[in-house]
Design a protein around this ligand. Sequence first.
Ligand SMILES: O=P(O)(O)OC[C@@H](O)[C@@H](O)c1c[nH]c2ccccc12
Length: 264
Amino acid sequence: MGKERLDQAFQQVLSKGDKAFVPYIMAGDGGLDILEERLNFLAECGATVVELGIPFSDPVADGPTIQKAGIRALENGVSLRDVIGKLKEIKATRSVPVVLMTYINPIYAYGTAEFAKDCREAGVDGLIIPDLPLEEESIVAADLAENQIALIRLAALTSTKERLVEIAKRTEGFLYAVTVTGTTGARSGFKENLAQHLQDLKSVCEAPVLAGFGVSTPEHVKELTENCDGVVVGSRIVDLLHQGDEAAIRELIQSAKITEQARS
Ligand SMILES: O=P(O)(O)OC[C@@H](O)[C@@H](O)c1c[nH]c2ccccc12
């Protein structure tokens, strides 16, 4: 459960020589009733962990694709409480670890202690809270720790070296290395010095380092994972799910695995 389950999931993948692939989906996009089916589909495609977004009215880090998915979910009336309730219901049959991505406001409104306890009961393994800076972590850190839920930290491109070291030291589950300055969403390419940045993060981080933001093709996955342990892919997965293109999702996720040839 929790932190430990995340550690095991990454270890299992990385020890085989594969890279980790964490797809992001918006909870409630398409209705909460299809959540279980989607999680199990992603697991079956080879997802290491799934990042599950909570729809929110003011998603400051999100680009157009995820904003639209959030609006669809909000139109379905889906709240943080509903998502946790659904996860609790499907806990026994869910086959992939889940980390929730939510802004701090809904957690604060829920009550941090109750939220952390409910997350644990629902089998939530970790949390990504993009608008919670290091200095404010004490709002939730103790409650999450008490329930063995990992707090996954984000490393921005613009942070100072000292700050990145501190973030890398504190992170749990994995380190989310944000690859661009700006919001989520597909991009055509990455900064030239990104490879070095990822290597620098890896050299100071014991947890796996995963690159995310703007990753949308198997070529991106191959390129980025030369310098880190895996990727997080959001907008592209959300679009493909919305279009019902299961084959493309499978191909994208499988691109994080080394080929059988390379294995032998
Ligand atoms: O959509 P992209 O560019 O593939 O980026 C990942 C991303 O969507 C997902 O991790 C995410 C969605 N919303 C966020 C807010 C902050 C940090 C991360 C996220």
